[in-house]
Design a binder for this molecule. Structure first.
Ligand SMILES: C[S@@+](CC[C@H](N)C(=O)[O-])C[C@H]1O[C@@H](n2cnc3c(N)ncnc32)[C@H](O)[C@@H]1O
Length: 488
């Protein structure tokens, strides 16, 4: 969070669906105090005596809160789910993201043939639930135009403006100027729009359009007039619909085939893996070319492959963050990304064979930053990590840049109203010595600097050699480490 809060444009997650046979382990092992708070204080479900759906909700609740914090104001989250938890997920997301930020529930046709063994209906779809962080700010993109869609545009009258499609001239919206009669060039008199409908243009505008050869009267020039919509003038993409067929975005077997190409020697038996095209569509619709995409239930790493594939296609510079808690994070999740970057020599697919390019860093979680571990020296975070953490807890925002010890007094970050100082080295000896204290000389220099800039100085250090009253008079707020690490 200190680095990415408010910065992620697209989050895709594919959590366990809670089908009852996935074998996912209920795990509320979260260390961060904020997560603990979400888990206990504000959680709508009682942590005691959990039944299956409660457990799932308890697992998702703090995670969704955290994800919301990471989303940019114009970002959106896409969640794959099926009917086991779809209704619970919607209610939970209404609560966390706000019902007003619900965008759509997409239906993805995940299988291509019915299962004759189904006891009731043979289910052939999953849902993808979409919420914006702030619907006013979120802009959904368009899909690339398809040949099929373009083929509906023709040019029977050899119009110099190119291919066009005829579209209805009347609409249901009441329009007081839309009731006139029309005489067709072929002689037929049309007394008015069809019952219950209105012409969409005033009489004057209609004949203007006709003068510009934008009205189609049919081959015999005697049909109910229609408006010509030119391909060159329509939106440069298609408005996405809520049903996504396997023909457009692939099905689960396609996803497995991709995995098989990437891991020919040792196919990971992963029934929940998603097709790359499904993810490319989500990312295409919700991100620009410099976006950050996050998937915190990464599995086989499909999301990373989709980001790289889309970057390769449109020259974008999107970045991905994937997290995976199982021990295959390195051998499957990251390994897939390595392979698709470098190319898979045996792959049938040409792009996969040649590699998608790109790079990434593989990280494992270190110790959490906690006052107790800092006191004993068990975990002393480095300067940058601590500095980011302090800014985040103090302001609620992830800092763009930390200027490491920009001055000898430890000025490392500046907002409109405050200057942040951190006197710190990750060594117990230093932290226990007088060198790490806020003393008179330092305080005076800091106060001078703050006064010139008309800002308050916030100083983080292990101890101080001056009284708070004196510091307050100098415009300095002192925050004692390590306790300020949690209280902000
Ligand atoms: C359905 S899979 C994701 C599949 C992925 N979309 C793909 O295309 O390969 C869910 C992943 O979430 C991970 N996960 C993370 N936190 C989890 C938790 N608390 N319980 C269960 N699974 C969790 C699982 O290890 C698993 O890899």
């Amino acid at each position: 969070m200190p680095r990415y809060a408010g910065r992620v444009h697209c989050i895709y997650i594919d959590p366990p669906y809670n089908t009852g046979n996935e074998g996912w382990a209920y795990n509320d092992n979260v260390n961060s105090p904020l997560m603990q708070e979400w888990l206990t204080d504000k959680s709508p479900v009682d942590g005691e005596d959990l039944e299956r759906h409660d457990k799932w909700l308890c697992m998702m609740w703090p995670r969704l809160h955290l994800l919301r914090e990471l989303l940019a104001e114009n970002g959106a989250i896409f969640v794959s789910i099926d009917d086991n938890e779809q209704h619970h997920l919607r209610m939970m997301m209404d609560e966390i993201f706000g019902a007003e930020n619900f965008v759509a529930t997409i239906i993805w046709e995940k299988v291509y043939s019915p299962k004759s063994s189904a006891k009731y209906f043979s289910e052939n779809h999953d849902f993808i639930v979409v919420y914006a962080r702030n619907k006013e700010e979120f802009k959904l993109g368009l899909l690339p135009r398809t040949e099929e869609a373009d083929a509906r545009y023709v040019n029977p009258d050899n119009d110099s403006r190119g291919r066009w499609k005829s579209s209805d001239l009347s609409a249901r919206n009441p329009y007081s100027k839309g009731t006139y009669e029309i005489k067709c060039p072929g002689g037929r008199l049309i007394e008015g729009p069809p019952p219950g409908r209105f012409w969409s243009f005033s009489e004057e505008n209609f004949w203007e359009l006709d003068k510009d050869n934008r009205i189609w009267w049919g081959e015999d020039r005697n049909q109910v007039p229609a408006i010509k919509r030119f391909l060159s003038e329509v939106k440069q993409g298609l408005v996405p619909e809520t049903i996504w067929t396997y023909k457009e975005v692939g099905h689960t077997q396609d996803a497995k085939k991709t995995l098989l190409q990437i891991f020919p020697e040792n196919f990971p038996d992963f029934t929940t893996t998603k097709p790359v095209e499904l993810l490319t569509r989500i990312i295409r619709l919700s991100t620009g070319e410099d976006a950050i995409v996050l998937d915190s239930f990464a599995g086989t790493g499909t999301t990373a492959q989709a980001v790289l594939a889309l970057n390769k296609e449109d020259g974008g510079n999107r970045k991905f963050i994937l997290t995976e808690c199982e021990d295959y994070a390195d051998t499957i999740t990251a390994e897939r990304v390595r392979r698709v970057i470098n190319g898979v020599p045996t792959a049938k697919d040409e792009t996969l064979k040649n590699g998608l390019g790109g790079s990434f860093t593989y990280c494992t979680l270190g110790e959490e930053i906690s006052p107790e571990k800092m006191l004993t020296g068990e975990n002393l975070p480095n300067y940058d990590t601590l500095a980011r953490h302090l800014v985040y807890t103090a302001t609620g925002h992830a800092p763009d840049k930390i200027h490491r010890a920009r001055s000898k007094d430890g000025l490392f970050y500046e907002t409109d109203a405050r200057l942040f100082y951190l006197i710190y080295e990750p060594e117990l000896a230093f932290l226990r010595s007088a060198d790490s204290a806020l003393n008179g000389d330092r305080a005076e220099r800091i106060a001078k600097q703050a006064k010139t800039k008309h800002k308050t100085a916030v100083v983080f250090a292990t101890h101080k050699f001056m009284g708070q009253k004196e510091l307050t008079e100098m415009g300095i707020v002192f925050c004692g480490l390590p306790y300020e690490v949690v209280s902000g």
